[in-house]
Ligand binder design. Structure first.
Ligand code: SF4
Length: 119
């Protein structure tokens, strides 16, 4: 009889431990799922500054911007991208314009050494 109780007790402990492990595993999985959801939400948020988002530009594209001396804030208030002849205004729904000389977003208040007056 003592042997049966001992076996029953052992089996009950095994089942109890199994339930505890399964519960802990579910809890950890649910925490991990929340973290993944938060990361997805963060990834879907628009960039803080879309005019500085150079996603999709190659090394050469970035070098072209630099070689022309592009800066996001013109040091000469009367010579800005927004009044340059090579300026491409923002498309509908976009925050940044572009330049005919290189790829990527351009600030309206930007400037480069190729600034040309509008004709
Ligand atoms: S040429 Fe220079 S100043 Fe003119 S729009 Fe392009 S980056 Fe701006």
């Amino acid at each position: 009889m003592h042997e049966i109780n001992s076996r029953r007790s052992f089996l009950q402990k095994c089942v109890s431990a199994g339930v505890t492990l399964a519960g802990g595993s579910l809890l950890l999985h649910s925490c991990n799922a929340k973290e993944k959801l938060s990361a997805k939400e963060a990834g879907s948020a628009p960039p803080v500054d879309p005019c500085s988002d150079y996603t999709g530009l190659s090394e050469n594209d970035l070098k072209a911007r630099q070689s022309m001396g592009y800066v996001k804030q013109s040091p000469i208030p009367e010579k800005q991208c927004g009044n340059c002849n090579l300026w491409l205004p923002p498309l509908a729904g976009k925050d940044c314009g572009a330049c005919q000389l290189f790829k990527g977003p351009v600030y309206t208040a930007g400037h480069c050494t190729y600034w040309a007056p509008q004709v």
